[in-house]
Every structure is written in structure tokens, then in C-alpha cells.
Design a protein around this ligand. Structure first.
Ligand code: SF4
Ligand code: SF4
Length: 232
């Protein structure tokens, strides 16, 4: 169902590296065994104590699932900081005081159709480096899904989890990270605040620009941020 505790290979942002014995690189057609379902012994084990970085598209989908404007979603459910590796804003989902994800219920994820990228791809993690995309199979002791018999290729899993839109939108966000790397400069606090709002706070950006559509605003917010970084 979800991603990993205290380990995050979000698509581009390694908050903590995954230790080698827990990950295995997979080619797109390589197969792995996995199943996750209500009633499995480890059900919901994975939805706690997470360090879960959200992409702009994750924020948009989750806020729409909760019928919140992105500004309110960000305030209520996330914290943000500047990533050490990227020098760009990183948005992290806040866990409840007892360590659970705020969206986990006894029947599973209450925003399942709009769950964020790491939860959606789990037990796979997608890592983009330059033009290359790699998938890794994550094996964590608590997750019993690996003992189930159902087989998948990477391609089949991505399709089954309806992750294509996420990959496409997250790749756009990756362009921003690439632009930042290319620029080689440190951003001012004002620039970082504008990039944070333009990329993650779609409703704020829509109000600022008059753009109507969510996806259009999200794409434009990322493009605006790339321009801001690229044109000094
Ligand atoms: S968003 Fe859903 S799937 Fe992800 S950790 Fe929370 S409850 Fe689990
Ligand atoms: S099988 Fe793995 S992903 Fe599914 S509920 Fe159990 S721990 Fe979570």
C-alpha cells in the first residue's frame, strides 16, 4: 500500500539513503512477487513513522481528495524545509503524534485513489537521474506482501497502480531540480518562497496568475520556477 518508514527514495529526493540489502534494481520487464490486501497480517504497518516527501502533484491530488485548497492542505498536513541535496523546498507529510499517517484508517488509506507517489509505487521506488529512470524493489522486514504469489513486472505494477500521470508530472518537477543543479547558485529566501508557492500551492498560484485549470497552473508554476532559477 505504501512506502517506507524512515527511508525515503522519493523520486528525486533522497532524504535518507536506502541501505543496499533492502533494495534491488529492476529492469522494466523484470518480475517480482507482491500482493497487498485488507486482512494481510501486516495491514497498515507501513502507514506510520514515515518520512514522506510529497511532490507538487501529490499535494494537488491529496488536497483535491480532501476538498481543501492547497494553501490549507499545506498548512494542516505538511511541513517544509530546504533540501540539503537540492537547495529547493521539500514538502513533507506530517505524521500524527502517535506516528500514524493522518489518512490511515482501519480499512486502509482514506485517500487511496489520490495517495501520494511513494505510497502508490510501493514496494517499488522510482529514481530519476538525468535522463535515466531506475526502479528499485524495496524489501522491508515488516512487509509480508513479498511472500504472496502474485507476480508483476515493473511496467504492469506502474499501470495497475495508475502511476503514469504521477510519473509524468513528477518528471516535470525533476526539470526544476535539474535547472537548479545547472544554475549552481544559492537561491534567496524570497526566491525559495516564490518557488514553494508556485510549485506546491496551486490555488495560490492560480489566484496570482488568473490561470483556471489545476494542471495548467501546476505546470506553469513549475515553468515559472525554472525561469526564475535560470534567468538571473
Ligand atoms: S497516504 Fe495513505 S497509503 Fe500513504 S501512508 Fe498515508 S494512509 Fe498510508
Ligand atoms: S503488505 Fe506491505 S504494503 Fe501492504 S499493508 Fe502490509 S506492509 Fe503495507
Amino acid at each position: 500500500m505504501l512506502f517506507t518508514r524512515k527511508i525515503t527514495i522519493n523520486q528525486f529526493i533522497n532524504l535518507k539513503p536506502v541501505t543496499p540489502h533492502m533494495q534491488e534494481e529492476l529492469e522494466p520487464i523484470e518480475r517480482f512477487k507482491f500482493a497487498c490486501y485488507l486482512g494481510i497480517n501486516c495491514f497498515n504497518e507501513c502507514c506510520q513513522n514515515l518520512n514522506l516527501a510529497l511532490t507538487p502533484y501529490d499535494v494537488l491530488r491529496m488536497s483535491r481528495a480532501l476538498e481543501l485548497i492547497t494553501t490549507e492542505f499545506l498548512e494542516r498536513y505538511t511541513s517544509h524545509h530546504i533540501g540539503i541535496a537540492t537547495g529547493l523546498p521539500v514538502v513533507v507529510l506530517k505524521m500524527l503524534p502517535d506516528g500514524r499517517c493522518p489518512f490511515v484508517t482501519e480499512n486502509g488509506c482514506s485517500i487511496y485513489a489520490d495517495r501520494p507517489t511513494p505510497c502508490r509505487l510501493y514496494p517499488l521506488a522510482r529514481v530519476r537521474a538525468g535522463d535515466e529512470v531506475q526502479y528499485y524493489l524495496l524489501r522491508e522486514d515488516f512487509c509480508m506482501g513479498h511472500m504472496e504469489g502474485k507476480e508483476w513486472s515493473v511496467v504492469e505494477w506502474v499501470e495497475d497502480q495508475e502511476a503514469e500521470d504521477y510519473n509524468e508530472m513528477n518528471d516535470l518537477f525533476f526539470e526544476l531540480i535539474s535547472a537548479k543543479n545547472r544554475s549552481g547558485r544559492n537561491l534567496t529566501d524570497g526566491e525559495l518562497e516564490r518557488i514553494y508557492r508556485a510549485c506546491f500551492d496551486v490555488d495560490w498560484f492560480k489566484k496570482e496568475t488568473g490561470i483556471d485549470g489545476d494542471l495548467e497552473a501546476l505546470k506553469e508554476g513549475i515553468r515559472f520556477s525554472i525561469d526564475l532559477i535560470s534567468h538571473v
